[in-house]
Design a protein around this ligand. Sequence first.
Ligand code: AMP
Ligand code: ZN
Length: 114
Amino acid sequence: MEDCLFCKIIRGEVPSEKVYEDDEILAFKDINPAAPIHILVIPKKHIDSLAQMKKEDEPLMGKIHSVINKIAEEQGVLEKGYRLIVNCGKDSGQEVMHLHFHLLAGQKFGDKIV
Ligand code: AMP
Ligand code: ZN
């Protein structure tokens, strides 16, 4: 996926402020934070959106959630709490078509959608 922004970030062609990296997962600060802590957690494997994940991606999805907790702990918000958002597809407003999890924290979130 040569033109994908997040694939370029993974390859180091676009700079990012990394907070976590392993062979399968990358996490970096959102360039336009919507909360005091706003981190994007992405698989290094290009998957357009959650709707495109395959059965074979299930272990990776589990691992991403463990990594999210690890990052939350490092950021000091595992106890206090965080909000996790995945925009999936047109109606959600997903702008970058590379699956990403928004980890939002550092404030109390008032306006719950659900
Ligand atoms: P979404 O609307 O769910 O597709 O979210 C895309 C997110 O990517 C937005 O929160 C943007 O602020 C963020 N974003 C876009 N470009 C960059 C970038 N170069 N580095 C970090 N975050 C970015
Ligand atoms: Zn990509």
